[in-house]
Design a protein around this ligand. Sequence first.
Ligand code: PLP
Length: 400
Amino acid sequence: MNQAVPDVHTAEPIPAAARSEIERLLLTGDLFRYTADANAPVSLLETEFAALMGTRYALAVSSCSAALFLSLKALGLKDKARVLIPAFTFAAVPSAVVHADCAPILAECAENYRIDLEDFARKLPQADAVLISHMRGHTSDMDAILALCEAAGTPVIEDAAHSLGTLWSGRKIGTLGRAGCFSFQSYKLVNAGEGGILITDDADLVARAIIMSGAYEHMWKKHKQDDALTKALTRWQNQLPLYNLRLSNLSAAIIRPQLAEIPRRVRDGLRNHDHVAARLSAEPGFHVPPPLPQEERAPDSLQFNLVGLTALEQEGFAKTAAKNGVKVQIFGQSTDNARAFWNWQFLDGIPDLPKTRAMLRQACDVRLPSRLTLEDCDVISDILIDAMRTVTGRNQRNVA
Ligand SMILES: *Cc1c(COP(=O)(O)O)cnc(C)c1O
């Protein structure tokens, strides 16, 4: 059985088109984004990404975490400002908040992985800003969230690290808030090892972020700009600290040819996800929360809940699947999991969040990259279903 199990960890090859550009960069040694007067790969990436997303500005940086940090800094919040984030996210998100000298407030998330709107609305009045993390590409109800935040006058930043290609009522995720941040880390849709990008229509916000990202002296003149941005950049000259979170030309050369691959990766990722989701949904013990009606997803992994299993059976399920070659992460069960809020002990006090805790205790995570075939997906589905039948005693041949 093990032989046929697909490898879900190795990445797709980087498109061949990247090679000649990397060779050129290596021969000239031109790796710093601000060395060339114009058309540096990082600048071209920013122009192309902004065009792809339909925003006025883009700023490429060293990671999505850096983009989140710069977005918060660029909002010009008061010291120790409070930032409302979902309690189901990756530790890098509360970390970016802390790094920006702010304090996170955690909103409960429901068993469908999305923000609990009642808890969100209750905590919003205490918040100076909102950072919506679309964890694992699951979109919370952005209509309700944007309406609440607009009424409260609270700015919204989107952590769209894992949401490239996701649509909300036909609008691109990452373009709904004041700024949207994406990741090019290897486990995301576009893989450069590391990297991130911030998009926005707000000239003042991006001007501040450009300078703080490390556009010292007059380096900012090498950014593509309109009059509004030039004015904002001139205004912020010498006013801001430099955090040096720039992206290298080598990374941009690896990212640019992958932009054309996004539609295929989104299409195949969704096909694979929906195929496995349908197979598991037909089986007792699994619950795959459906997308919200406004949402068109772009998943590269599958999340599902284990229903009615004891802690021992959950452990047995994960062990049996692993023995047969499929690694299942139960977010709230593994030691030191970076997506379990109770492990964020660097925070000043961790609140009790029973709803999110209950969800994390039964929520499973399986990688499902877009390059898998439907046959591969069936092998994974068979292993998961077999593990469920085994631990719940419904698999006669496996009950010794
Ligand atoms: C990966 C990820 C991040 C962090 O991205 P980096 O580029 O590694 O900093 C933040 N938020 C979410 C939801 C992620 O999936």
